[in-house]
Structure formats: structure tokens, C-alpha cells
Write a protein that binds this ligand. Structure first.
Ligand code: PLP
Length: 203
């Protein structure tokens, strides 16, 4: 028991023994055909995990690193971003967007509440000039335990024409999440939650 650490937090989640044994192996050549084959398999299987026909990118970063990468690639200074905020991690999207020079508006709800799709529909209907370019949202808001109806929210965002950018750090591999079917434009996740592997990779 003395060599085990039990973290009573939402993540890093426990890592199965079989994964730990793989991690303990001596490194193989990162430019070898052996490694290429493993990587090819990982990229193929990630499409299944993410329920997508698109390519999944792997980042050597935390989940927040992939959140930054997502917005860095989408925002130009002065762009309008609407952030749907359930708690701490919804606010993180807003902060990252602001740091990239976006004009950020928030729809915020109380602790434990989720975004009412009709409130989002009404706000986007008022945006007749289509100024809102990106809508950020959190699937499972770890700081409150509340989960948004991403499927409905993303269909409303798609009707308007903005891009939906979803934090799936604690939802992918743990809850149903279907980016292609639900019309999610960008979905981000991290290795140390539902994937049950150590922190340090993001998708
Ligand atoms: C919903 C959610 N989004 C984002 C993050 C940030 O992930 P990371 O700690 O890997 O940067 C977390 C981490 O707990 C999270 O729970």
C-alpha cells in the first residue's frame, strides 16, 4: 500500500496495471518502423474513440494546452466569441479567448445548472449580422458536476453558422460524445481522465 498513491480528485484517474507495465518498458527508437506502426495504430483507434472520420491530432500537453491550441488556430484579434459558462472550466475558455484578443461575451449559469438551449437560440437569433464567430462550451463541467446537452447546443450553433468548440476533457471515454453526428467543430480532451493513462497527452 505504501507505494500506491490514491488521488481522490476527478483526475488523474487510476491507471490500469497493464498500462503502467507498458510505460515501464525501455524506450524504442522514435524514428523506427516499430514506432511508426504503433503510432499508425493509435491514430486509427483514436478515430474510433472520438467517433469521427476526421484525423485526431495528438499534443504533448495538458488538456489546457489543447484548449489553447484550438483557440490559437481559430481566433483573429477582434473576433467575437460567445462562452457558455457553467463554472471554472467554462471560464477557462473565456480567459484563453480574451488572451488571444477576442471580444468575449458570456452566458453564465449558477452552480450545478446547465445552459438552456432556448437561451442560446434567442441570443444567436439576435446576432443578425453573424458577428459571433465561435461558441465555446464545456461538456462535463468538473467544478460543478453539471453536463451540458452538447448535441442540442451544437445543432443550434451550427444553424447560426458559428463554430462550436467543446471541452471534452472529462467527457470523452466517460460519456456519450459524437462529434461527427452532433456537428461539433472542435473537440478537445486530455489523457488523464476517461482515457485512464497518465497526464501529458491531449487530443
Ligand atoms: C472539464 C475540464 N476541462 C479542462 C481541464 C484542464 O485539463 P488539464 O488539467 O489537463 O489542463 C480539466 C481538468 O481537470 C477539466 O476537468
Amino acid at each position: 500500500m505504501r507505494d500506491k498513491t490514491f488521488l481522490m480528485i476527478p483526475g488523474p484517474t487510476p491507471v490500469p496495471e497493464s498500462v503502467m507495465l507498458e510505460v515501464a518498458k525501455h524506450p524504442i527508437g522514435h524514428r523506427s518502423s516499430e514506432f511508426s506502426k504503433i503510432l499508425e495504430n493509435v491514430y486509427k483507434n483514436l478515430k474510433y474513440v472520438f467517433q469521427t472520420k476526421n484525423d485526431v491530432f495528438v499534443y504533448t500537453s495538458s488538456g489546457t494546452g489543447a484548449m489553447c491550441a484550438a483557440l490559437e488556430n481559430l481566433i483573429n484579434e477582434g473576433d467575437h466569441v460567445l462562452s457558455l459558462v457553467l463554472g471554472n472550466f467554462g471560464n477557462r475558455w473565456a480567459k484563453i479567448a480574451e488572451s488571444r484578443g477576442a471580444i468575449v461575451e458570456k452566458i453564465e449559469v449558477g452552480t450545478g445548472e446547465v445552459i438552456d438551449p432556448e437561451v442560446l437560440r434567442e441570443r444567436l437569433a439576435k446576432d443578425v449580422n453573424k458577428e459571433i464567430k465561435i461558441v465555446t462550451l464545456t461538456h462535463s463541467e468538473t467544478s460543478t458536476g453539471a453536463a451540458n446537452d452538447v448535441k442540442t447546443l451544437c445543432s443550434i450553433i451550427r444553424e447560426h453558422g458559428a463554430l462550436s468548440v467543446v471541452d471534452g476533457v472529462t467527457s470523452v471515454c466517460a460519456m456519450e460524445c459524437k462529434p461527427d453526428e452532433w456537428g461539433i467543430d472542435v473537440l478537445v480532451s486530455g489523457s488523464q481522465k476517461g482515457f485512464m493513462i497518465p497526464p501529458g497527452l491531449a487530443f
